[in-house]
Each structure stands twice: as structure tokens, then as C-alpha cells.
Design a protein around this ligand. Structure first.
Ligand SMILES: *Cc1c(COP(=O)(O)O)cnc(C)c1O
Length: 431
């Protein structure tokens, strides 16, 4: 498989380049040159396939030029080693739980697949790969867990001081080994700016082979299409219009859904559910794309003012607003609405949903008012216990899975830096 830049379809690169370089030099985003179409037989037979078999089938299209069948199977069995169960709230409203991985957020799918692909690509090389990643909370934990103890790879995570939840911070700062955390006295945008500047700095690039683990990397997107098929497989009744409600920030998750549809999954509609950072719902409504600085909310992983995957969405629709609007409906909600949704979901369905999933729930319900026949699947993107300071004032004490609770006893290790690039660079070059 070859990959083109959204800024120039005519020059393509191989998987290795797309993965290790992350961003094309022209500042576009890599996209697969062809999107595989799965056979009718595959969909008809899907309930006889395991989640891993589905993932292998899809991966073959993207990876088979660079890896043999055995390697692909091993890679998937290692990376996708946890389930994505579908829980039905009612006959036509379902929740796909994407938090069963090590960091309890859906980003484990992308991070673990990317780690598995990258580590195999640098295997045997004498240079170390250094991954720089800025996180608003969940990405860092997933990337840290995905790359822990991977040979030839070092990970440096930049996170905004005081702006990630206490347990999220523990996920970033307690692993040690090849994972280093930098606590930045600034916002997520400041962290991202530092990472960007390092990528453009010749001196830093001479010293390090740098790569990114943010959702601009195409290997984070590919595995996220697997669970759309896995969700479809688990539906008892597949006759209604299939609709996915996706709590969105950088829109990687939704873009992966668009790929799944192109691969042949019969999706009737995607719902772009956001908090007040509603650049994409606004675009769908008015046809104007106006990125702006992000606003802090209780669904913090979606506090994105300039969604990085929007260019991929445009690319998939040939820049035709009307076509995108036909497939995607946008809804946005504020924190007051989100808090009352969390309460309502508990009261009505006895289900505990995290603040991100709750935004998806509100959008799903609004859509169903107009489309009562729709079979809606809400993507529950993280476990609620990752957000105790938000959840507990609403619901009281909630159960914390052991793999999260053990973290509170571990010791935080982080290096503090300011938002100036000079200090970051000095630290990088002095390591
Ligand atoms: C990252 C994240 C999102 C947003 O996903 P995108 O792919 O960036 O749109 C939503 N919910 C949670 C819990 C996340 O961690």
C-alpha cells in the first residue's frame, strides 16, 4: 500500500515512510492510496469471525507489502488483545465500550497498533526512534502503555500541568523505563507547539530520529476502523439504519468510521458529537470552517479548536460540503447538559457513562427524535473512572478498575519545563 499527502495526490510514499515520518514534508496528511473494499461474503459471514480475525482481514490490505501473513497475525494478536463489547441500553440504542485496553480509553487501539508496526519497522536498525507526543490526557497514557519496553524506541510525553485528571497524570508519569514525562507549565496548545517546533529544528533532527504519535499518524487511524465492524457484528438486529454517534475532538475516531464505510460497512449516518468546541458541527451546518482556540470543558479530550483530521475528512469527500453533510450530522453540548446526561443515563439505564460518551449519548438521542427507526451505536471512548473529579460530584462514588486504582500508589516522575522552546530544546539536546 502506498500513501499520498492530502496536499498532493501525485507523490506517494511507502508504509515505512508514512509511519516513521508521520507528516508529509508539504504539511498535508497521509492517506491510503486505495481504500480496500471488503467482500459481501465477509460481511455476511462476520458473526463467525473473532475481533482479531476481522482486524487481520483489514490489516492485510494495508500491511501485506511490508509484512508476511505470520507477522501480520502476530502483530494483531499482540496489539488488539482486548475486546470491544456492545452493551444495549435499549433495543435501538447501544454503547460500544472502547475502554477495555490498558489505559482505559479507545486510544489504546491506535497506540498499540502503531507501536507494533513501528517497532517492527525499526527492528534491527542501529538508530533509536524518539517519539514526541503532546497530550491533553488520554493519548499520552495509551502511547506510554503501547510503547513501554519496546526496543529501539524512546517516548517523550508533554502534558499541560494541572490540566489532566490525577489518574491520567499517573498513567503518564509512573512507568519510567523508556517513557519520559515532561510537565509543561502551559496549555495543551503550548505542548503541541513545542513538539511542532522540535520537528522543524535541524539541530534536534540531526541528533534524534523523531516520530509523532498524535492522531495525524496514519497507523493510529487504520486500527480504529476495526471496531466499527466489530460493533456491527454484535448487533442482534441489523435491519434498522446503522448510525454511529462519535464523541469527537481531533476527529480521528470519526474519520476511521468513514474509512470503514468506504470499505463496505453499511453505515447510514455518522453523528459528530462535540462539546462547545464545535468547529465541525458548525461547518456541517453552515459550510464554513473556522478553527479557533479551544475552550476547556469537562470532556477535556475533546477540547480541540482546530481538529487535525478535518483535512482527511475533506479529502474523503473531495472537498464537497454537501456530500459530507449527507453522511455526517453534527451536534454540540455544553457542560451543564453533559452533567445532567450522566445523571440521566444512570437513572434511566443504570449505566455509568463518562463525560465524553455522555456527549455522544445526547447527540444520539437528539438524532433519534427525528429518526426513530435508526439503530444508534454510541462510542464510549473512555472508562468513567478516569474522570473521578467530574463523575463523583454527580453520581457519588463509582467503582475504579484495579489497573487504574493501583496507579494512585505509584510515584510520579516528571520533569517540569516552561513554555519557551529554548528550555525544551536545551533539555532535549542535553539528555
Ligand atoms: C481522544 C478522545 C476523544 C476524541 O477522539 P478524536 O479521535 O480525537 O475525535 C474522545 N473521547 C476520549 C475519551 C478521548 O480520549
Amino acid at each position: 500500500m502506498r500513501f499520498y499527502s492530502t496536499k498532493n495526490k501525485n507523490s506517494t510514499v511507502d508504509l515505512r515512510t508514512a509511519v516513521l515520518q508521520s507528516l508529509p514534508p508539504d504539511n498535508g496528511l497521509y492517506m491510503p492510496e486505495t481504500i480496500p473494499e471488503l467482500s459481501d461474503a465477509f460481511l455476511k459471514n462476520i458473526q463467525n469471525l473473532s475481533f482479531q480475525e476481522i482486524a487481520i482481514e483489514i490489516s492485510n490490505f494495508y500491511l501485506s507489502e511490508d509484512f508476511n501473513q505470520d507477522e501480520i497475525e502476530q502483530l494483531i494478536r499482540h496489539a488488539i488483545n482486548f475486546p470491544a463489547p456492545l452493551f444495549s441500553l435499549s433495543e435501538q440504542l447501544h454503547v460500544l465500550e472502547l475502554w477495555h485496553g490498558p489505559s482505559l480509553a479507545f486510544k489504546d487501539f491506535g497506540a498499540r497498533f502503531m507501536a507494533a508496526v513501528m517497532s517492527r519497522l525499526v527492528e534491527g536498525s542501529d538508530q533509536k526512534l524518539t517519539i514526541l507526543v503532546a497530550t491533553s490526557g488520554d493519548t499520552g497514557g495509551a502511547v506510554a502503555a503501547g510503547f513501554l519496553r519496546v526496543d529501539n524506541v524512546d517516548v517523550i510525553i508533554l502534558y499541560p500541568s494541572g490540566k489532566v485528571s490525577p489518574l491520567q497524570e499517573k498513567q503518564l508519569t509512573t512507568l519510567g523505563q523508556n517513557i519520559t514525562a515532561l510537565e509543561v507549565a502551559g496549555t495543551f496548545d503550548d505542548c503541541q507547539a513545542l513538539v511542532k517546533e522540535a520537528f522543524l529544528d535541524n539541530e534536534v533532527n540531526q541528533r534524534y530520529m523523531l516520530s509523532s504519535a498524535n492522531s495525524i499518524n496514519i497507523t493510529r487511524l487504520i486500527p480504529q476502523s476495526f471496531y466499527y465492524f466489530e460493533a456491527y457484528k454484535q448487533l442482534k438486529d441489523r435491519s434498522g439504519d446503522l448510525v454511529f454517534s462519535i464523541p469527537s475532538g481531533n476527529f480521528g475516531n470519526l474519520t476511521a468510521g468513514l474509512l470503514a464505510k468506504k470499505m463496505g460497512l453499511p453505515v447510514h449516518q455518522f453523528i459528530a458529537a462535540t462539546n462547545v468546541n464545535d468547529v465541525v458541527p458548525e461547518y456541517l451546518d453552515k459550510g464554513e470552517y473556522l478553527p479557533r482556540p479551544s475552550v476547556a470543558t469537562i470532556s477535556n479530550a475533546m477540547d480541540v479548536g482546530a481538529p487535525s483530521n478535518f483535512r482527511r475528512m475533506e479529502d474523503l469527500y473531495g472537498h464537497l460540503w454537501k456530500d459530507m453533510k449527507q453522511d455526517i450530522t453534527g451536534y454540540a453540548y455544553n457542560d451543564v447538559q453533559t452533567r445532567s446526561a450522566i445523571k440521566e443515563i444512570k437513572e434511566q439505564y443504570d449505566y455509568v457513562m463518562d463525560p465524553h460518551g455522555a456527549v455522544g449519548f445526547l447527540a444520539a438521542r437528539a438524532y433519534q427524535e427525528w429518526h426513530p427507526e435508526a439503530n444508534v451505536i454510541i462510542m464510549e471512548t473512555a472508562h468513567p473512572a478516569k474522570f473521578l473529579p467530574v463523575m463523583e460530584p454527580i453520581l457519588g462514588e463509582i467503582p475504579v478498575p484495579e489497573r487504574l486504582s493501583i496507579l494512585s500508589k505509584r510515584e510520579k516522575m516528571a520533569h517540569s519545563i516552561g513554555i519557551g522552546y529554548g528550555e525544551f530544546k536545551e533539555w532535549l539536546l542535553g539528555r
